[in-house]
Design a protein around this ligand. Structure first.
Ligand SMILES: C[S@@+](CC[C@H](N)C(=O)[O-])C[C@H]1O[C@@H](n2cnc3c(N)ncnc32)[C@H](O)[C@@H]1O
Length: 368
């Protein structure tokens, strides 16, 4: 079978999300496989609780003795880590499917371990048909845009092998991992607006998640990259050029994304920031995915006081351009999508995110 090097973040696995409407397994990004990610992080860093792992593994009938089972896994991991024999002999197998995703056919544990080790690209086997579709992802248009605009770096990773070594301002996938873990199987079929979308990284990721995304940014040079990449990925995401403040708010959205954008308005003045929030509120979204500038607490207060998005779920601190920031999600109480996210958060994620929320904003895990 042909071997290809692919971004781990494009690999999707079947998983039964207990909060999804249907009891059937759904395809989720590998980072959303909570049991195996918990096991992988535990083996790699020794710090994650295995509460999510044991019930799942026991239901699969995999365990006779927990200690023996864990020792087995540790040995497998260290063998593959030190000798690379595991990863060298058998590669995970994937199929290239719709929305620019790779469905994992075999090698689940190996892929989760790679993700836990923050591996960004990995070699996989795929069928000749998949390899041929994968190879058709062309970066011709992107090359043209980069040449025309003399671009030297990208804000976020480009998920194409030919740009694997490009200079990236925010190379990590911390934000998108946390957002995808919170969404789980939710959000598919809803409408999303990514304000200040830049090169469209979050728009593209949520589009793969099944959200019908629109991106908006006033910087045409960033949008030209977003559109070129959209062509590479074949996602069909619309990107609008302009200031969000002039965006027609009669269009309604379920999810609004506002990652490190509000501080632009706050730098001009408090009134401008409040105007931006009120304009967001007119979109009637159930959920606002947000990342702060330097003044997280102030942004949180302003959003909660000036919109119906009053429940706040902190997703931990982040860092960018030398500054501490906070990532979180605001929920409009009473909305089905918002309530489902809040339930997943309380049930599975609150402890995890509390432990990494070090901004000291003095907030409890969930505010209603
Ligand atoms: C720091 S970047 C963040 C990019 C992206 N949201 C992310 O976090 O990956 C801020 C982006 O917001 C855009 N922006 C700032 N204020 C805006 C506004 N009022 N309307 C539209 N775009 C805006 C900028 O052009 C820039 O691309």
């Amino acid at each position: 079978m042909p071997l290809r090097r692919v971004p781990v973040d494009l690999i999707y696995v079947p998983f039964q999300d207990e909060l999804a409407d249907e009891r059937a397994q759904v395809l989720v990004p590998v980072v959303c496989h909570r049991p195996l990610m918990a096991l992988s992080r535990h083996i790699r860093y020794g710090d994650d609780s295995l509460n999510d792992y044991w019930p799942w593994a026991e239901a699969q009938g995999q365990i006779r003795d927990r200690k023996v089972h864990l020792d087995d896994w540790k040995r497998k991991y260290h063998q593959s880590y030190w000798s690379r024999c595991w990863s060298a002999s058998t590669k995970p197998t994937v199929t290239y499917i719709d929305r620019d995703r790779l469905r994992l056919e075999s090698g689940l544990e190996q892929t989760c371990l790679a993700k836990a080790a923050d591996t960004r690209w990995m070699w996989v086997d795929m069928s000749a048909a998949s390899a041929s579709s994968w190879d058709q992802r062309s970066v011709e248009k992107l090359r043209h845009v980069v040449r025309e605009t003399r671009r030297k770096e990208f804000y976020n990773p480009v998920l194409h092998d030919q740009y694997r070594r490009a200079r990236i301002v925010r190379p990590d996938s911390i934000r998108i991992d946390r957002i995808r873990r919170l969404f789980g199987a939710d959000g598919s079929g809803s409408r999303g607006l990514d304000i200040g979308c830049n090169m469209g990284y979050t728009s593209h990721m949520l589009q793969r998640h099944g959200v019908n995304m629109t991106g908006i940014d006033f910087d045409e040079s960033h949008l030209s990259v977003a559109r070129a990449l959209d062509q590479t990925y074949g996602l069909g995401t619309p990107f609008v050029s302009g200031r969000f403040e002039q965006f027609d708010a009669s269009e309604k959205f379920d999810i609004v994304v506002l990652l490190t954008v509000m501080y632009h308005a706050l730098n001009v003045g408090q009134k401008e920031a409040i105007d931006m929030i009120k304009h967001i509120d007119r979109l009637d979204a159930s959920v606002l995915v947000w990342e702060s500038g330097s003044y997280a607490k102030r942004e949180i207060e302003l959003i909660r006081e000036n919109s119906g998005l009053t429940t706040y779920l902190p997703l931990g601190s982040t860092q960018a351009t030398g500054k501490d920031r906070e990532l979180g999600v605001f929920v409009r109480p009473g909305t089905p999508l918002g309530e489902s996210l809040a339930a997943r958060y309380r049930r599975h994620l609150a402890a995890e995110f509390e432990s990494i929320s070090v901004m000291g904003s003095g907030l409890q895990s969930v505010h209603s």
